[in-house]
Write a protein that binds this ligand. Structure first.
Ligand code: SF4
Length: 383
C-alpha cells in the first residue's frame, strides 16, 4: 500500500508491478486511484482519439497467429489486396466524414510465402508489399487531407526511414517479450514475425531515427504476470533511451470463433484494469491507450485504469481486425468520456508533442502537418 501512495514520486519496481497484477479485487480500488492520480497529474482533463479510416491494404499474411481472424491465404474466401482506386475511395469517404487518419493495416510480407502475392504486386507495378504501401501512403499524403499511419509488421531500418517520409507516425505492436509463445501450440507458433527480439529491434531502429512510434502489448495470450511487466518495461526502456514512443496500447485478447485460440480464456475486466493501472504506474508521463470496442459495453470503465486515449475510432470502416466488435458511435464515446469528467479531443495520428519529430522527416510532411493541426497540435477539424 505504501508503494501505491508513493507512486508518482518515483517509479515502482518490477516486483511491485508483478504483485499488483496478481492482487485481488480488494486492492483494485487503491490501485486504480493511484493510476488516476498519475494520469490526472501528467495528462489532465483531456482524453484523445483519432478519427480514422481503416485500410486493410492486404489481408494475406505469412504469419499464422493463433488468435487472428484478419489473415487469409490466397484463394480463401475474403482474401483481398486492395487496388489504389479502392484505397482512395475509402480515403475520400473518410475525408467527407472529417477523418484525419488513414490507418494502413496489413499482413506481414505475404510475398515471401505466396507467389500469388508476388504476381499481384507485379501487376500493380511493385516488387514488395512495403513498396506498394509506401506508394499508397505517398498518394494519400499528396491527394487527400488524411495522414497515413502504417502498421506493416517488421521493417528494416531503411524501410522505416522511407515510410517516415510519407507518414507522420507508424506502429508495431510488441505484443509480448515472451519467446515461449513461439513454441508449438502457443499463440505465436508459426508466426516468425512475432519473435520479440525482432520486434524490439524495429522499435529501437525507429527510436534511432526519431520516428514517432506506436506500440503496445496484447494481454491474455499465454504470457505470465512477469512477462507482461517485462514487455511494458522493455517499451519504457526504449522510450527512455530514444524518446520516440508516442503511445502505448494495452489490448485485451478476445477469443474468436474458428481460430486455434477460440476456447482460450479472455482476460476479465479486473485483469484489464489492473494491467492499465500498472502500465500507468510504470510510465506515468506516457500516452496510454485502450481500444473501446474490445471492452464494449463497459468501455468507459477503462478510463478508471488511467488511460488518456481511445486510439483510432472510425465513423466509416469496420475494425477489420475485430470485425465482430464495431467501434462505438463517436457521439456516444463523447458522452461517456464526458460523464467521467474528461473532454474528448480529436488528435492526429501523431500526438501534439511528437509533431516536430514527425515534421523533421520530410518537407511535404511538415507542410501537411501544418495544415492539419490546430494551434495546440490537435486535429484542426476538431470534433
Ligand atoms: S495478427 Fe498480424 S501477423 Fe498475425 S496472422 Fe494476423 S495479420 Fe498476420
Amino acid at each position: 500500500m505504501a508503494e501505491l501512495e508513493a507512486a508518482g514520486t518515483g517509479t515502482i519496481s518490477r516486483e511491485a508491478a508483478c504483485r499488483f497484477l496478481r492482487s485481488g479485487d480488494e486492492m483494485l480500488p487503491s490501485l486504480l486511484a493511484a493510476a488516476q492520480r498519475l494520469r490526472d497529474r501528467f495528462k489532465p482533463g483531456i482524453v484523445t482519439y483519432s478519427r480514422k479510416v481503416f485500410i486493410p491494404l492486404t489481408n494475406l499474411c505469412r504469419d499464422y497467429c493463433g488468435y487472428c481472424t484478419f489473415r487469409r491465404d490466397p484463394g480463401q474466401p475474403g482474401a483481398h489486396t486492395m487496388t489504389p482506386d479502392e484505397v482512395m475511395e475509402v480515403v475520400r469517404a473518410g475525408e467527407r466524414l472529417g477523418c484525419t487518419e488513414a490507418l494502413f493495416s496489413l499482413g506481414d510480407k505475404p510475398e515471401l510465402l505466396f507467389p500469388e502475392m508476388r504476381d499481384a504486386l507485379h501487376r500493380l507495378g511493385y516488387k514488395s508489399t512495403l513498396q506498394y504501401l509506401e506508394a499508397m501512403c505517398e498518394q494519400v499524403l499528396r491527394e487527400s487531407s488524411l495522414l497515413p499511419h502504417p502498421n506493416p509488421g517488421l521493417m528494416s531500418a531503411e524501410w522505416l526511414q522511407r515510410l517516415a517520409r510519407v507518414s507522420p507516425s507508424m506502429g508495431l505492436m510488441l505484443e509480448t517479450t515472451s519467446s515461449r509463445l513461439l513454441q508449438e501450440n502457443a499463440a505465436h507458433d508459426n508466426a516468425p514475425d512475432k519473435d520479440p527480439e525482432k520486434r524490439l529491434r524495429v522499435i529501437e531502429d525507429a527510436g534511432r531515427q526519431k520516428i514517432p512510434f506506436t506500440t503496445g502489448i496484447l494481454i491474455g495470450i499465454g504470457e505470465t504476470a512477469e512477462g507482461r511487466v517485462d514487455a511494458l518495461l522493455a517499451i519504457r526502456d526504449l522510450h527512455e533511451k530514444y524518446g520516440h514512443i508516442q503511445e502505448v496500447i494495452i489490448q485485451n485478447f478476445r477469443a474468436k470463433p474458428a481460430t486455434p485460440m477460440a476456447n482460450w480464456p479472455e482476460p476479465d475486466r479486473v485483469e484489464m484494469l489492473q494491467t492499465l493501472a500498472v502500465a500507468r504506474l510504470l510510465m506515468p508521463e506516457m500516452n496510454l491507450q485502450a481500444p473501446p470496442n474490445l471492452s464494449d459495453p463497459h468501455y468507459a470503465d477503462l478510463l478508471d485504469g488511467g488511460i488518456n486515449d481511445w486510439g483510432g475510432v472510425s465513423p466509416l470502416t469496420p475494425d477489420y481486425i475485430n470485425p465482430e466488435r464495431p467501434w462505438p458511435h463517436l457521439e456516444e464515446l463523447r458522452k461517456r468520456t464526458e460523464a467521467k469528467g474528461f473532454e474528448l479531443k480529436q488528435r492526429l495520428p501523431v500526438y501534439p508533442e511528437f509533431m516536430a519529430q514527425a515534421a523533421a522527416h520530410s518537407d511535404r510532411l511538415a507542410q501537411r502537418l501544418d495544415l492539419a493541426r490546430d494551434p495546440e497540435g490537435y486535429a484542426r477539424r476538431a470534433a
